[in-house]
Ligand binder design. Sequence first.
Ligand code: FAD
Length: 443
Amino acid sequence: MSAPKKILIIGGGFTGLTAAYKLSRESDFSVTLVEGSDHLGGLAAGFPLLGTSLEKTYHHLFLTDTCILDLVKELDLTGKLLWCESSVGIYRDGRVYPFMSPLDLLRFKPCSLPGRLRFGLMALYLQKKKTWRQFVARTANEWLTRACGDDVMRTIWTPLLKGKFDRYWNSVSMAWLWARIHTRANSRPPGGGREKLGYFRGGFAEIIGKLESELSRRKVRILTGKAVAQLTFGPGRQALLADGQAVDFDQCLFTGSSAAFARLLPAGVVPDDYRHKLESIAYLGAICLVFVTDQSIADQYWLNIHEDGAPFLLFIQHTRLVGTEMYQGRHVYYIGSYQPHGSALFGMSDDALTGKWFDYLQRIYPQFEPARVCERHVFKFKAAQHVVDTRYEEKIPDYRTPVHGLFLANFSQIFPEDRGTNFAVREGIKVAGMISRELSGKA
Ligand SMILES: Cc1cc2nc3c(=O)[nH]c(=O)nc-3n(C[C@H](O)[C@H](O)[C@H](O)COP(=O)(O)OP(=O)(O)OC[C@H]3O[C@@H](n4cnc5c(N)ncnc54)[C@H](O)[C@@H]3O)c2cc1C
């Protein structure tokens, strides 16, 4: 009997965990998963809060997230899922406006009445539109300006695009926005009603923990706190870890950002044009402030800040969605911002950042009392959102790289949908299938 094939998976986020889970079912593979940080979960990882686990960045599921929902079922975790009614608002011209229903739209005073009507028609059109190819080469800015007019752009779309994509806002493809609108429209229960969003009793850590225990049970070697510094390809194939250790492999899957992947490949291993492709995708970072208080501050789960010069894009009252029961009766909030690497906010101390953001939050909600905050945490991520421009399709790298047996799966390959745990699971399954077929000679 020949020795089992060694598969190395780099990255313990949802893509890497799912791929490892699928590959570990086959007895003739020996799977090792290496994660650079000291815990699993990647961008969806949690941290201990009030006796449970909470994601460092706000997370929920949509009704359309069928791949992760299937996995949840397979892991016997459906009983942990809560489906909760969402609510959205917009802060503009010094006021919070509910923004969930046609009536809310009609009451959205910062925009003219003709603008509101044009917005409504545009939203309806995009919800019904089943295909997106015609949007790929058009910028969201150009398409939306034509469809809705300057007034809607100024009050609704431009602040959102700038908040999400910073300096790249004017290059974002309309196909990306189509997918966002489509997903949200379809996360309403059949027959109508308010949008429903999914969350887990115990947080996303429930799935991550279950995957981890399944992997351990199936003898997958899991190494956390071990960043891969370089991959070498001959005569033997090895991943060199930052601490000097080496891990042998026959096949390898990398699941971090494309730019990070390029840095692991020694000169001459891949053609220059492939390396340039990996480096051509721009990423923005994300900063999230999580805080806990006994105050209920907002009427909505999700508030988009549409004021010019606002220091953050999102204010999220997590417990408005899921209730306070899991959190010892306290209220849990996120403040979120997407930032280019090296921005002033990225460099700011946690205290300075919290002070700045709390000052602005008090402008929105004068009743908010920072002195009542009993716990707060700041989290920063460098590669949190890729910039999906109008030439994005040309930049998407294949799952198969130019090196035989070396694979790449990350959220830059998801298009036109936005990144999400659902698509990470879908990619993990897909690439695991490719690796398995290649190893069994069926590729
Ligand atoms: C602010 C924010 C909000 C979000 N909200 C939602 C939401 O509401 N719902 C939802 O479904 N999704 C949401 N997402 C997206 C979701 O978190 C991601 O799409 C998903 O977690 C990506 O999983 P992944 O495994 O592809 O990548 P990642 O989670 O990025 O995992 C990659 C892993 O690889 C590791 N790694 C990288 N390089 C190396 C190396 N050299 N050596 C070892 N390890 C390495 C990293 O440490 C990381 O753990 C959100 C993301 C952000 C940033």
